[in-house]
Write a protein that binds this ligand. Sequence first.
Ligand code: UDP
Ligand code: MG
Length: 201
Amino acid sequence: MSSGNKLHNVVFVLGPPGSGKGTQCSRIQANLGFTHLSAGDLLRAERQRHGSEFGELIESHIRGGTIVPVEITCKLLENAMLASGDSAKGFLIDGFPRNQDNLDGWKRQMSDKVNVHFVLYLSAPIEVCVQRCLNRGQGRTDDNEESIQKRIVTYNEQTYPIIKHYEKQNMVREINGEKSADEVYAEVERIFQNAGFRHQA
Ligand code: UDP
Ligand code: MG
C-alpha cells in the first residue's frame, strides 16, 4: 500500500458465524485478485503473538462471543493492508464491522484511505450455521455449543443492525449462503462482475 492518495478498494463480508465467509473469501482471493483479511484470523494471530499485551483480552472476547474494542481490530486490519503492498486489487474484510463501535472506529481511522464498494452478505438459517461451526473441526476455542450460542446473540443484536445500516445505503449484496460452496461462489462472482471486478485469467 503506497503512502500516496490512491484509495484502496474494500468489500466487507458479513453474515452469521458459519455462513461461509472464510470459504467464499478464499475463492474470491484466488480468482478475483482481492486480498482476504479475516478480522477473526488477525485477532487469533495477535492472541498467539509472543509478547502481545492483548492476548488475554482477545481470548476472553472470542470465547464469550463478544466484540474486541475497535482500536485493536482496526489497527490489525490497517497493518495487514499496509503489509500487503500495492499489488492487491482490493481488500476483502471478512467479519468486520460487527457492531456500531467497529463502524465508528473504522470511519474515524480509515474513511479517508478506502473506498468501500459494497457489503457481501451471506445469509443462512441459524440451525445450519450452528451445525457447520460444530462440524468444521478447526480447533477453535469458540466452536462449542456455549460460545456459538453467545456469538449468535451478538450477531443478532449487534451485527445485523450494521447490515441494516448499509442496506439503507443500497450497499448490501445478499446471497443465500445455505447452498453449496460452488453455487454460492457463482453468485458471488456475478456480484463482483456487476461491480466492475473481473475474473483473472
Ligand atoms: N471478533 C471481534 N471483532 C472482529 C472480528 C472478530 O471481536 O472484528 C472476535 C469475536 O469475538 C468473534 C470471534 O472473533 O466472535 C471470531 O470471529 P470470526 O469472524 O473468526 O468468526 P466467524 O464469524 O467466522 O465464525
Ligand atoms: Mg470466519
